[in-house]
Write a protein that binds this ligand. Structure first.
Ligand code: GCU
Length: 689
């Protein structure tokens, strides 16, 4: 019986095989290929199927980078643009990471990094190939590196930043992924590196979306790529990871020290030397790899006028790290900002991370020196580095040149406040920024946000970032650029504009009637013609920040807003607004310093207009004149950082012949040509305010 059934099973199989062979041979080549493909999955999916590999996240930031032994990986890298994700790991034939080659002449490989286009790293991809100017998607960057790994040393692959999600592969194997641009990260690649030639492949996605930080809507160019220096850093197995030194709170005779170590046994010591201050102390490491304590010293205090830096050496395990560090106190007392115990006004300017005279992202010390030199030429003592962490050269140069800094993470406008991963990205960016720059005396303010809506969810999200920041560093001020003005505020200001409109001889009759209508409605509360207004900035976030930073655009955007609210043409409204601003004051319910973190107006350099038409240097000048008169009459205002030093790239600004995808609020244009308002600000900053 059994024998019979085996025979019939075998014969059935042979029959089926013959039948299939006849069927398969009847297919065309293409049909046969499709059929083969269908073995794994449908053809379409096969091309784009991505491996669901969970990539490792980078370890905490490696500090004191410039004190470490490192090899630069800057230079020419290969680039393959991949908007369809055909190189995605796990897609058909494995995607790009296996870095297969057609050495036999018969292997189907549809990519070749050796023959691909080249771009410069560091640098954004958008301005290195005109086809990529608006590009916001995936691409691959590749280079070879040869190393000779040494026993007892670790090799760390360090990126100054990668915009905006980077997945790193070495010799075809995934090393890890970092999400969120603008901040440094590294991976320990010691075990992946091999003697001699290695292939480094970075898969970058410069898309931003509703859950990213920032979102896809930014009024600055979302430059994508390896936008900062890339290094292979060699460190000892037993090493200092980071260390922070700052004056003890409220003291100028004591420096607090804290170091974190890796691979050094508890009980071992870390040594701190500051020769010029006769400091030479050791501190024991605890079980968590932390050593901390106080140093008695009376350093000459750092300030913009006297940017005094000291050579500090921290050693432990195999590390001996030296950096130049300044020591100063920054604090607030009531509505004043105190630097080294003395009240100071922040004579500032806002910036973006773009060089003067070159397209694209600024990434070198030279780029930053150019920007800071122009801020100095303006007479500024303060720079608001909006809206994201810059390259590390900014703070190092500001330390040397004597400029105070506001550094910020791009929690910008509307964010997905309830999304845990969004919060994780923001927290990671803040942690990496703080831990990179916490020894830079020039940095006095950490900012957690810009112009975010006043909601419960936003307050919860930002309070978390503020707690993190203070937990890492309580020696600086914490801020966020707020929007101010409530509905009632703007209704009362509208009535004041109407009162001026009725009294003005220059207003056409039909507009005068509209203004009169507004006053009639206000009835008993109708303001008199010259009545001013005091606007109180009461955003609840102000309770949790050290200063009240406020972005306002009286004379620019707000004129549009009131023009629409009142149904009056801007040609009539704008002059009335410039006049009203002289009687507008700012205060806050919080007994804290107010810093005007943005005000300004757009102008195309060289565009002059007797009539003061919009987009002319003359109109920009009038707005600045009215702003300065308004702001200096508000005693709680202790700082200004007008928007902005230089015209900058922005996709929101297409106006042909004027903007051409530049935001034109700069005091200088993209080539560094100064506008009339530059000279007004320079004279003002040299004055008594
Ligand atoms: C906003 C915003 C800036 C923007 C500026 C402008 O306040 O903070 O990022 O560029 O206004 O509209 O020019």
């Amino acid at each position: 019986m059994l024998k019979k059934s085996i025979i019939s099973a075998v014969s059935a199989t042979i029959l089926a095989a013959v039948a299939f062979a006849i069927y398969f041979s009847s297919l065309t080549k293409t049909e046969q290929a499709r059929w083969l493909l269908s073995l794994t999955m449908s053809e379409g999916e096969a091309l784009f199927q991505s491996s669901d590999e969970a990539y490792a996240s980078p370890p905490p930031l490696l500090g004191w980078l410039d004190a470490r032994q490192k090899e630069s990986l800057n230079g020419e890298w290969s680039i393959i643009i991949d908007p369809m994700g055909v190189g995605t790991p796990g897609s058909i034939f494995g995607g790009y990471p296996p870095l297969r080659r057609n050495t036999s002449g018969m292997t189907l490989v549809e990519y070749d990094f050796e023959r691909a286009q080249r771009i410069k790293v560091p640098g954004d991809v958008n301005t290195q190939d005109p086809r990529l100017f608006f590009y916001r998607d995936k691409f691959w960057l590749y280079r070879e590196l040869s190393v000779a790994p040494k026993a007892g040393r670790r090799q760390l692959l360090h990126f100054g930043a990668a915009n905006f999600t980077a997945t790193v592969f070495l010799n075809g194997r995934a090393v890890g992924r970092h999400e969120g641009g603008y901040v440094p990260f590294h991976f320990d690649v010691t075990d992946e590196l091999r003697e001699g030639r290695n292939e480094l492949l970075v898969w970058i996605d410069n898309r931003l979306g509703d859950q990213s930080i920032p979102t896809g809507r930014t009024d600055w160019w979302p430059y994508g790529g390896l936008t900062r220096d890339v290094y292979l850093v060699e460190v000892p197995e037993a090493r200092i990871v980071n260390a922070k030194l700052s004056l003890a709170k409220g003291r100028t005779d004591q420096i607090r020290f804290r170091a974190s170590a890796q691979g050094i046994a508890a009980g071992e010591t870390v040594r701190v030397q500051i020769g010029a201050l006769n400091v030479d102390e050791t501190f024991r490491l605890d079980g968590a790899g932390v050593a901390e304590g106080a140093l008695s010293a009376q350093p000459e205090l750092w300030s913009p006028e006297n940017p005094k830096l000291y050579e500090v050496t921290v050693s432990g395990g195999g590390s001996v790290l030296s950096e130049r560090i300044g020591f100063r106190q920054i604090e607030t007392r009531g509505t004043q900002i105190l630097l080294n115990g003395e009240p100071i006004k922040l004579r500032g300017i806002s910036t973006h991370e773009e060089p003067i005279g070159r397209e694209g992202v600024a990434h070198s010390a030279n780029d930053m020196r150019g920007l800071l030199a122009e801020a100095k030429a303006l007479g500024a003592n303060f720079v608001r580095a909006a809206h994201y962490p810059y390259n590390r050269h900014l703070a190092r140069l500001a330390d040397e040149m004597g400029l105070l800094l506001w550094e910020e993470i791009p929690v910008y406008w509307q964010i997905d406040w309830d999304n845990e991963n969004t919060l994780a990205i923001a927290r990671d960016q803040m942690a990496r920024l703080v831990q990179r720059d916490w020894n830079r005396a020039s940095v006095i303010i950490w900012s957690v946000a810009n112009e975010t809506p006043n909601t419960r969810e936003r307050l919860r999200f930002l309070r978390r970032l503020i707690e993190d920041t203070r937990g890492m560093d309580d020696s600086r001020l914490v801020s966020a650029a707020l929007l101010g003005g409530s509905g009632p505020d703007f209704a009362l200001i509208a009535a004041r504009l109407a009162a001026r409109g009725v009294a003005s001889a220059d207003v056409p009759d039909e507009d005068r009637k509209i203004f009169q209508g507004v006053l009639d409605e206000a009835g008993y509360f109708a303001p008199s013609a010259g009545e001013g207004y005091t606007l109180s900035i009461d955003d609840p976030l102000g309770e949790h920040t050290d200063i009240i930073a406020y972005n306002e655009y009286f004379g620019w955007y707000y004129s549009v807003l009131f023009s629409r609210q009142l149904g009056i043409d801007e040609a009539v409204l704008r002059p009335l607004m410039l006049e009203f601003m002289r009687d507008l004051r700012f205060t806050s319910k919080y007994e804290k310093p107010i810093h005007i973190s943005e005000f300004g107006a757009g102008a195309k350099r060289g565009n002059r207009s007797e009539a003061g038409h919009i987009w002319s240097e003359d109109y920009q000048l009038r707005v600045y004149e009215a702003q300065l008169e308004m702001l200096t009459a508000s005693p709680q205002v202790q700082g200004l950082s007008p928007w902005i030093l230089k015209d900058f790239r922005a996709m929101l600004r297409p106006l042909a012949g004027v903007q051409d995808y530049y935001n034109r609020k700069g005091l200088i244009d993209e080539n560094g040509e100064r506008k009339a308002a530059f000279y007004l600000m320079r004279d003002f900053y040299q004055g008594e305010w």
